[in-house]
Design a protein around this ligand. Sequence first.
Ligand code: PMP
Length: 361
Amino acid sequence: MSRVYNFSAGPSILPEKVLETAASEMLDYQGSGQSVMEMSHRSKVYDNIIKTAEADLREIMQIPDNYKVLFLQGGASSQFAMVPLNLMNGSGKADYVITGQWAKKAAAEGGRYGKVNVVASSADKTFSYIPKLDPSTFDKEADYFHICMNNTIYGTKYQTLPETGDVPLVADLSSCILSEPVDVSKFGVIYAGAQKNCGPAGLTIVIIREDLIGHARDITPTMFNYQTHADNGSMFNTPPCYAIYVFGLVLKWLRDDVGGLEKMAEINRNKAKLLYDFLDSSKLFKGTVVKEDRSLMNVPFVTGNEELDAKFVKEAAAAGFVNLKGHRSVGGMRASIYNAMPTEGVEKLVAFMKEFEAANA
Ligand code: PMP
């Protein structure tokens, strides 16, 4: 067996230990004589899996008691609609900050259900920064304020949260959830697709303050109503059983092997620094994001020459560093260095980049 260093933006690398445990339990989960894939979601053994995953997430993220954790499907993209359907129920208006493709898509979906006010955008410089926000431009009547906390494609991240007062802050954490501690009490809703830091695709995690549940518009499909899932412990219908099981393994790894979120954040900061320090000193490679808004998870960079970029991506893949091509909308390269990417993987990538630079600069 030979495993590569996988820098994919998602679905992405998972901790090897998690994959090994899943493999060892594939045919017989803890003496049940069945794979988790084969189990009834109503069985006692599965009930324990989903409840433990929720309890572990609550412990690791220190989620306050007045928040519900929902395990849904449909990806973060479904949340682009679910948020307005459930929350755009007062003034019918919402504030959005446009920091990339995902934020743009979220705002477009919000606009189907009410009035979207674009508070700020970084489109003018290809989303290479997080716009400075002036709270006096926020709509005090807005039903919510939406941000995309970490912009997977462009490699930017909010370093501080907007002060939205009584207006609930709704945040897409798809590509940064569990990468460092967050103060959940500052948010009305957090949502994230699982396929980066949490597990396989198919699971969508929603963390929602209880008072925001139960006000969905009449037209809201039953499956798109947060209340449906909150009232039924994410078991209104068949949940993404196997993805939740793997998520549970990832949470155990994060707590027991890594040592929790503070420790994870320290490792992530160190990994990102290795790469950014090299980019800042390189004669060939350049980071594309302003320094103060750099993401810890997604690191885009370019050589300034498309042919050389392509050559780099090709040679890197041949050397075992895969999925380094930038998003199709921006080109260049992007190294996604999620929680499961070992420090050694980043060290080796930097060493490879140095060799490439020496041969091509
Ligand atoms: N938001 C962000 C920040 C993302 O990175 C992605 C996917 N890469 C999405 C939303 C869309 O997620 P999904 O494919 O789970 O719908």
